[in-house]
Design a protein around this ligand. Structure first.
Ligand SMILES: [Fe+2]
Length: 337
């Protein structure tokens, strides 16, 4: 199945509004193969390159140093380092470092309440890696801008009034994760770098730092795995559970996985994922305008984002589903190994 490639041609969010062709491509990708590729997004290559090199500097530190910045095991959000040895879920192991919003107004109860503080904890960058923090911060501003453009395109794709998605991004609880799948040795052919899973967020914006291949596969509606084409300087977009509920299953939280390339001497694979979540006090329900147009009944009751995500995370603790952002079923398996 063909995966659409959307070219934003460096346009601003407002310039993208009303682009029906772009909106149709997004809808086609998300309703069939579950993904599309975004280029012309306007994020400078130097910023992306700086995140990669500074993150790799951090990942090269001794294990004890990295563990000093380990992600606290609270269910709300991911901040800091998380590593998995080889063979647990990824044939050659995996290292991750997550970060979220820096700017928040503590005088605003949305941020300053105990619920707000749980959703917006401090980032955990080591002071000796200040360059990593400043690159990550610059990238975070850029990817939030891409997310805003994407929200406009998705509003258009569903023919919604302006603001249907973008308004809930003001105070969003999105997080970004630098991911390193270390190379070395000859991996088993057909090995899995991350098992098939779906995302729990609104949507995910992924950058893969390899212009020749992605090794990322999505399961389409006909149950076939499709590899995402490598497109220079692009992001790969897929939607998560929250968007599936908004759209009453028009766009599914599609299953995806990363495989080891065949017959490859294993090289490092570096990627940057941004998981977009709306404000935690947003009520997510199938969109009324969409239900009316498609003459559908809502498949889901309304849910407050914080409550819905907490419930999903409980299911993840019970091992009934998988979530890349939290990796809790993997930790659970690791604990019992
Ligand atoms: Fe994922």
């Amino acid at each position: 199945m063909e995966i659409p490639i959307l070219d934003l041609k460096g346009r601003s969010a407002e310039e993208l509004r009303g682009d029906r062709e772009l909106a149709r491509s997004a809808d086609e990708g998300l309703s069939t193969v579950g993904t599309f590729v975004l280029c012309g997004h306007g994020v400078p290559g130097e910023i992306l390159g700086a995140v990669r090199s500074t993150a790799e500097d951090f990942f090269a530190e001794p294990e004890s140093e990295k563990q000093a910045w380990a992600r606290p095991m609270t269910p709300e959000v991911a901040r800091g380092y998380f590593g998995l040895p080889s063979g647990v879920v990824s044939v050659m192991g995996m290292e991750r470092f997550s970060f979220g919003a820096w700017e928040r107004d503590e005088n605003d109860p949305y941020y300053g309440s105990s619920e707000g503080r749980a959703h917006f904890p401090d980032n955990r960058f080591p002071p000796q890696h200040a360059a990593f923090e400043s690159a990550a911060r610059a990238y975070f501003r850029c990817v939030e801008d891409v997310s805003h453009k994407l929200a406009v395109i998705l509003e258009e794709a569903l023919q919604l009034a302006p603001g249907a998605f973008t308004e809930n991004l003001n105070g969003n609880t999105g997080t970004a994760t630098a991911i390193l799948y270390p190379g070395g040795g000859v991996p088993p052919e057909g090995g899995v770098r991350i098992q098939a899973h779906n995302d729990v967020d609104l949507y995910t914006i992924l950058r893969i730092f390899d212009d020749s291949r992605t090794d990322l596969y999505f399961l389409d509606r006909e149950n076939r795995w499709n590899e995402v084409p490598a497109v220079r300087d692009s992001f790969i977009v897929n939607v998560g559970d929250l968007m599936q509920r908004y759209t009453n299953d028009r766009w599914l939280a599609t299953s995806h996985k990363v495989l080891v390339p065949p017959q490859s001497s294993a090289q490092d694979r570096f990627s940057l994922a941004y998981f977009e979540h709306p404000r935690y006090d947003t009520i997510v329900a199938p969109l009324k305008a969409l239900l009316k147009r498609e003459k559908q009944e809502p498949a889901y009751p309304p849910a407050r984002v914080a409550d819905f995500e907490r419930q999903r995370r409980m299911l993840i603790h019970l091992g009934q589903t998988a979530n890349e952002e939290l990796l809790e079923p993997i930790e659970k398996r690791l604990g019992s190994a």
